[in-house]
Ligand binder design. Structure first.
Ligand code: MLT
Ligand code: ZN
Length: 460
């Protein structure tokens, strides 16, 4: 980074809050994707909104590219800085600034870790119900930037549904207070919702006013061994017809094998099944759930099952699902994060199964996902002998066949991980040319000089 630019950064940030040493650049320059190389020019650690405004002004004046950085748990390269950018880490803006018990709102700085907000809500007899495997490190700002979903979307919705207000610094440097915690506000375009899912391309999310709710009643978790892919939807439908589910997740035997080995967990059932469903529901509905389970065994959809009898057992069953990402990370998976309407899931799974069988015969495929909301994670695992670049190139070559199956059903090539760098060149499989043109127009309004996370989501 040129010395006058470094000096300008140091004029905004006190010593220690501009870093350029190689280890820090390597750590803050990437997210959980493994295939992009980190090459940022510097990392800065703002502590106030004013510093973010000043930095954005400097970037516009000097043509500096800025990459917002939260917990860096993203899986599409949205927080990767590979080209001399300044990484803007929110690690030091990690305070919950206010609690409003009447409106059940918590005002969080962008760097508040999801689990810290969950604990904060819990201490006040409330709950923040959006949850995922990365909640121990992901930050609220990043969650908002990708509209993170996770494991309880079928009951509680996405991050978007819990954001009552946002304070943002647009790419122009303008400081905007969007919606201010209101329930009703019919005063035109809701800019809050434009920023949710914008992947850092329109500006910085610096604060979020997050809705909390009363805690759910005690829950039970069931893990079922399914007799095949075709059983997933009938089982989901049977449970949904009888009781309100909080989660309906699935994973394959290969996924289970990895997580059990990696975390040294117990297998949930005596005999292996090709696929498993993890179901969560109110404990009061346990008898109903056991009846549905029995019927599913009689229909030959389910081979066996287990149900939690304590919170500790529920947590160890959840670990089988939530630990999968980490357990396969050393295998450099190529991550597909696809969604279709839930009613299209059976036919979609059939077609995906056929395509991967034909296109990836030599690769292992690890299936899992939030199938209750139509979201399938299809992870292609890298053979040890293949170089990462070559592996990714091969995956990119065959992605169009998979994405065409998504497009034919009006589905999404990125259900919840975002587009980032990884899916950017495939955006037209989910968004029309007219939509992409308008998205470019929106970007130009909020970030006319292109300083915000350039090259992510939309190609340059
Ligand atoms: C998950 O569902 O576990 C997350 O989206 C992460 C992943 O897909 O690996
Ligand atoms: Zn997921």
């Amino acid at each position: 980074m040129r010395s006058f630019l470094l000096k300008a950064l140091k004029d905004i940030f006190t010593p220690g809050r501009v870093r350029t040493n190689a280890d820090d650049l390597a750590a803050w320059g990437v997210d959980w994707t493994r295939n992009f190389k980190a090459a940022p020019g510097a990392i800065v650690f703002p502590e106030t909104v004013d510093e973010v405004v000043a930095l954005t002004g400097l970037a516009n004046a000097q043509g500096l590219a800025l990459v917002p950085s939260g917990g860096r748990t993203g899986l599409s390269g949205g927080a990767v800085a590979a080209d001399g950018e300044v990484v803007v880490s929110f690690d030091r803006m990690n305070r919950i600034l206010a609690f409003d018990p009447v409106n059940r709102l918590a005002r969080c700085q962008a760097g508040v870790v999801t689990a810290a907000l969950q604990a904060y809500a819990h201490e006040r007899g409330l709950c923040y119900p959006v949850d995922f495997g990365s909640s121990g490190s992901s930050q609220i700002g990043g969650n908002v930037a990708t509209n993170a979903g996770g494991i309880r979307v079928i009951r509680y919705g996405l991050t978007r549904d819990w954001i009552a207000g946002l304070k943002v610094v647009a790419g122009t440097g303008a400081l905007l207070d969007c919606n201010n915690g209101l329930v009703k506000n019919a005063t035109g375009y809701d800019l809050r919702h434009l920023f949710i899912g914008s992947e850092g391309t329109l500006g910085f999310i610096v604060e979020a006013e997050v809705r909390l709710r009363p805690p759910p009643p005690p829950q039970r978790v069931m893990v079922l061994g399914l007799n095949g892919l075709a059983a997933i939807l009938p089982v989901l439908e049977a449970f949904q017809a009888a009781l309100a589910l909080s989660a309906f997740e699935f994973f394959s035997e290969l996924a289970l094998t990895h997580v059990v080995a990696h975390r040294r967990l117990q297998r949930p059932l005596d005999k292996a099944a090709p696929f498993y469903a993890l179901i969560e529901f109110d404990a009061a509905a346990e008898d109903t759930a056991l009846g549905v389970f029995q019927a599913a065994v009689e229909r030959n959809w389910v081979a066996d099952g287990v149900i939690s009898q304590s919170d500790a057992q529920a947590a160890s069953l959840w670990a089988l699902r939530e630990g999968i990402t980490e357990s396969i990370a050393p295998l450099t998976p190529y991550k597909n994060d696809l969604s279709v309407r839930v009613s299209d899931v059976p036919d979609f799974l059939d077609e995906v199964d056929r395509i991967v069988g034909e296109s990836y015969p030599e690769f292992e495929i690890c299936w899992y996902g939030h199938i209750g909301d139509g979201n399938l994670h299809l992870n292609i695992l890298k053979p040890e002998s293949l170089a990462t670049d070559e592996f990714y190139e091969q995956c990119h070559r065959i992605s169009p066949a998979l994405f065409a199956a998504v497009r034919n059903r009006g589905g999404s090539i990125s259900a919840e991980h975002g587009v980032g760098l990884l899916k950017r060149d495939f955006l037209e499989f989910s968004r029309s040319p007219a939509e992409i043109e308008l998205m470019r127009g929106v970007k130009a309004v909020f970030d006319p000089n292109g300083v915000m996370n350039p090259g992510k989501l939309l190609s340059g």
